[in-house]
Design a protein around this ligand. Structure first.
Ligand code: IPD
Ligand code: CA
Ligand code: CA
Length: 259
């Protein structure tokens, strides 16, 4: 597998889609509701079209899993996992925290990830086994080793009004133990902020593969850990994501697994 071609393509495509998001920020005029608080804008769809057309042109045999279209299944071990706009609620309000997330999977393993924040012009990348980078500079997780000094991040699922399994209980427990918590509104960027040491721990439930495919690899390659809530093996197709600088992982799993 020529990973150079994959990397160059992912970076170029993330930047192109990011430019489209930046150009249109503040100009959204059509919002559709997928659920009570789950929205999609015409910009999500335009970004997705751009990315899917690029993949079809450069890698026509590869599968594509994206948020807003049916999965493109192919008889290939290679699959692109795309969130064309992570942080749609922020985007629709002009709150400048959103990104494009592109993950590349081979035989079920994420091998490359790129997350691009067009507002700060920050591009996070990681290739399996090769480290994590922010705008080409190597990054690593923080050295905070006490929850009480940690800045944590989380998010709430779109079904929070309908389901009791909505993270409010964990949120109140962590609020009393961490230095502070942020709910910034983009899971992919939250993970990249763990990787770059801005956040020390992050947990969220009911995420989808496109939210975490790229970001989870970026955390691991920056020296962090990603698991389910009890410290077990993480899957991008699973329901729980706990990411940390490794040092806070034990304390966080104790709260998240009610031990
Ligand atoms: C959402 C964001 C948010 C998280 C949600 C995600 P979207 O993705 O990542 O931070 O809390 O669960 O679905 O809908 O903006 O692509
Ligand atoms: Ca998302
Ligand atoms: Ca999205």
């Amino acid at each position: 597998m020529d990973m150079t071609a994959i990397r160059d393509f992912a970076v170029e495509t993330a930047r192109a889609a990011g430019a489209l998001l930046k150009e249109n920020v503040g100009k959204v005029n059509r919002i559709e509701f997928k659920g009570a608080v789950d929205i999609v804008t015409e910009v999500d769809r335009k970004s997705e079209e751009l990315i899917m057309a690029s993949i079809r042109k450069s890698f026509p045999a590869h599968g594509i899993l994206t948020e807003e279209s049916p999965e493109v299944k192919q008889d290939s071990p290679c699959k692109w996992i795309i969130d064309p706009l992570d942080g749609t609620t922020n985007y629709s309000h002009g709150f400048p925290f959103f990104c494009v997330s592109i993950g590349f999977e081979v035989e079920g393993e994420v091998r490359f990830g790129a997350v691009y924040d067009p507002m700060l012009d920050e591009l996070y990348t990681a290739e399996k086994g090769k480290g994590a980078f922010l705008n080409g500079k190597k990054i690593k997780v923080s050295a905070i080793d006490e929850l009480g000094r940690g800045l944590l991040a989380t998010g709430f699922p779109y079904d929070l009004r309908a389901s009791k399994d909505n993270n409010l209980d964990f949120f109140s427990q962590f609020s009393l133990k961490a230095q502070a918590i942020r709910r910034a509104g983009s899971a992919a960027l939250d993970l990249c902020y763990i990787a770059s040491g801005r956040f020390d721990g992050y947990w969220e439930m009911k995420l989808r593969p496109w939210d975490v495919a790229a970001g989870s690899l970026i955390v691991e390659e920056a020296g962090g850990r990603v698991t389910d809530f009890s410290g077990g093996r993480f899957s991008i197709y699973g329901k729980e994501c706990l990411a940390s600088n490794k040092l806070l992982h034990g304390e966080m799993t104790r709260i998240l697994s009610n031990k």
